[in-house]
Design a protein around this ligand. Structure first.
Ligand code: FPP
Length: 284
């Protein structure tokens, strides 16, 4: 049966984040230059976003360019990736409007070349009114940097408020209580993703089993799907396969599974001490 017929339309994830990896390997396997792998990778972006909009996926976030890519790749590759991004945005705005897709960005985008920032602003303004899928491109993005930025922003807010009330920061935290003023929700409000739900599903292509500094805070409870397929070979159908795989999983968010009938309240005697378990294991 075609995979899209197997999908449960009521359980489409709200937010899918993708680590697009393997452009270089795709090119290497064909004895082509890395640039061509990136170019083909940009095609995959187009196909995947198109399918995301068809299934009404509300949020899709693509790791397009990390801070580390910016710092550690040859200048020529970085400038090619920038050109590709520029081309992608200029040639896809019409298509995005046709598909009701709006484009946004996360990352230290102020560190990108000014002319690219200009195109980015233009593309997001042109698509801002669309209400279907939100495509978020992570550009010059690093998750640790994002958490640092969120912390700085929270500290600035607190200092400004203390200043306004004519008290010290220490007094502000003492009066209001540090737990109420510095918690998960206040920190999350300073993340680039404050306006978005956390991803339900993270997809990584090319078989690497790591997260590479991507949305570390936000993916605390996300399901992870790793495929050996290289990003330039990834198409809409593979997005649907990943969603189908996601729909087979049981998400527990740290709780017990739906089918678990064992409850331990009032059964403290049933618990073995670690020493008893170790002794039993020794004699088994
Ligand atoms: C990893 O491939 C991918 C990237 C560094 C960036 C992703 C960029 C694109 C998909 C192209 C353009 C994007 C947009 C939004 C138009 P790699 O070079 O690390 O591959 P390798 O690990 O096989 O060398």
């Amino acid at each position: 049966m075609a995979v899209y017929r197997k999908l449960d339309p009521d359980r489409i994830p709200k937010h899918i984040a993708i680590i697009m990896d393997g452009n270089g390997r795709w090119a290497g396997k064909r004895a082509l230059r890395r640039f061509l792998g990136h170019q083909q990778g940009a095609e995959s972006v187009q196909y995947v976003v198109e399918v995301a909009s068809r299934i009404d996926l509300p949020w899709i976030t693509l790791y397009a360019f990390s801070i580390e890519n910016n710092l550690r790749r040859p200048k020529s590759e970085v400038s090619f990736l920038m050109k590709l991004l520029n081309n992608y945005l200029t040639s896809n705005v019409q298509r995005m409007n046709d598909n009701n897709v709006r484009v946004r960005y996360i990352g230290r985008t102020e560190g990108l070349p000014p002319e690219i920032q200009e195109t980015m602003r233009w593309a997001s303004a042109e698509t801002a009114k669309n209400t279907g899928t939100t495509l978020t491109l992570a550009l010059n993005y690093g998750s640790r940097a994002e958490i640092v930025d969120a912390t700085r922003s929270l500290v600035h807010t607190l200092i400004a408020e203390a200043h306004q009330r004519g008290i010290s920061l220490e007094d502000l935290l003492q009066v209001d209580g540090i737990d109420d003023r510095i918690g998960e929700s206040q920190l999350a409000q300073g993340l680039y993703t404050a306006h978005m739900p956390d991803p339900d599903l993270v997809i990584r292509t090319s078989g690497e089993q790591r997260i590479s500094n991507f949305l570390l805070w936000q993916i605390a409870y996300a399901e992870i799907f790793v495929t050996d397929r290289l990003w330039p070979d990834f198409r809409g159908i593979h997005l649907l396969e990943a969603i189908h795989n996601f729909q087979q999983r049981e998400r527990r968010f740290g709780g017990l599974g739906a089918g678990t009938d064992e409850h331990l309240e009032g059964k403290d005697d049933a618990l073995e001490s670690p020493e008893a378990i170790a002794a039993a294991l020794l004699h088994s």
